[in-house]
Design a protein around this ligand. Structure first.
Ligand SMILES: Cc1ncc(COP(=O)(O)O)c(C=O)c1O
Length: 395
């Protein structure tokens, strides 16, 4: 078989999240669903909000003529207008339907942006720990990933960012609330990142895009409010989806929003639409566009996630596990008590607990716990976490 060397290598390195997910499925088949505590995947257990089901029912009872046909590659005008209205409310800038491209999830959004802006060997900066698929997406479009370390609280350091930028840099990806750490970037930091990028654009006479991956922007705790990137930087784009806020990851619905005053906007939007078509997505799913148009102000009950966060964080820290308290998304990223995070994850696996080693996010020495699971699974995992904490004398 003639498989590309690059694909072969990337498959072998693989996604740790997927690997653990597959391992969990094998174990569940062997020992039964209830004996395995699968905290490996960010696949929300919650059902979509009732309003989603009502819209789905309404649409099936009153179908819109032609609703299953091809459409403009950017998506339905009415859907883009509804998204633009919400983005305007959240960012405080006036966005229109022309600033939005509907996509196949946040993954589709990131891929069309990267294809539209990258030339071969251009560099894209990400902050470790990071969602590992970024590296595959950047590679898809001939770019090179430059991973920059964060501080002890997993926040980007401006000095390290400055040093990483050179004339090949074309984009910086930020992700707040963050997968895998759950950390939320403060407004001042986002503003400072914008200032660094502006200075570096001028120094090297290059365009640097700030791509804000906002897949978790509606899942924030402790009364925190969304911090928009648009006011912080002129060449910014939002890549997001309704996979997490409406619990619709299988439906593949998301969008790109571009800063309303971005340079060369018509050309950039045309390029995004062209890439949506030619990457083979063609357009975002029609049925979902007709539904999420009416759900822009809705999300799953966030307090339920906050309760899960509190319960697990409090129990694990009491046992002696060390971690930064997450303020968004649905992950914890504790320090591995031993240097080898893969070995530690295997120790947890012996207690039927599945997590993902930190190296799966470019940061060995930690492990990721996903708490978008039912309470029974979280509660059931505590016995094993306690045993392993005792084994490693954590408290
Ligand atoms: C940080 C981050 N970005 C993007 C995605 C992809 O989201 P989607 O399923 O909407 O493509 C995920 C999925 O887990 C994610 O965690």
């Amino acid at each position: 078989m003639s498989i590309s060397e690059n694909v072969k290598r990337r498959m072998a390195e693989g996604s740790w999240t997927r690997k653990m997910f597959e391992e969990a499925n094998l174990l569940k088949k062997k020992y039964g669903e209830d004996s395995i505590f699968d905290l490996s995947l960010g696949n929300p257990i919650m059902e979509p909000p009732a309003a989603f089901k009502q819209e789905l029912k309404r649409l099936s009872e009153n179908p819109i003529p032609g609703m299953h046909r091809y459409m403009e590659n950017a998506g339905y005008e009415e859907t883009r207008a509804a998204v633009a209205k919400q983005v305007s409310l959240e960012t405080g800038l006036q966005c229109t339907a022309g600033d939005i491209v509907m996509t196949v999830g946040a993954a589709g959004a990131l891929n069309i942006i990267l294809k539209a802006i990258l030339n071969p060997c251009n560099e894209v900066i990400v902050f470790a720990p990071f969602f590992m698929e970024y590296d595959n997406y950047i590679d898809n479009h001939g770019g090179k990933t430059v991973a920059v370390k964060t501080d002890d609280n997993f926040l980007p350091e401006l000095n390290s960012l400055e040093k990483a930028i050179n004339k090949k840099t074309r984009a910086v990806i930020i992700n707040s609330p963050n997968n895998p750490t759950g950390v939320v970037y403060p407004e001042k930091l986002i503003r400072s990142i914008g200032e660094v990028l502006l200075r570096k654009e001028k120094q090297f006479n290059i365009p640097i895009h700030l791509i804000s991956d906002e897949a978790y922007s509606n899942l924030m705790y402790d009364g925190l409010k969304y911090v928009p990137v648009f006011p912080a930087y002129h060449r910014s784009l939002i890549a997001t989806s309704h996979s997490k806020d409406l619990a619709l990851p299988g439906e593949r619905i998301g969008y790109v929003a571009v800063h309303p005053d971005i340079d060369n906007k018509p050309e950039l939007i045309d390029a995004l639409i062209f890439c949506n078509r030619t990457l083979g997505y063609v357009n975002a799913p029609a049925l979902m566009q007709n539904i999420v148009r009416h759900l822009q102000h809705i999300s799953v009950p966030v307090p339920e996630y906050e309760e899960k966060r509190n319960f697990l964080y409090n129990n694990l820290t009491d046992m002696g596990y060390k971690m930064v308290k997450p303020q968004g998304a649905f992950y914890l990223f504790p320090r591995s008590p031993i240097e080898n995070d893969v070995e530690f994850v295997h120790e947890l696996q012996k207690m039927s607990i599945l997590t993902v080693p930190g190296r799966g996010f470019g940061t060995p020495g930690y492990f990721r716990i996903s708490f978008c699971v039912d309470h029974k699974t979280i509660e059931g995992s505590l016995f094993g976490f306690r045993k392993v904490a005792e084994q490693f004398r954590l408290s």
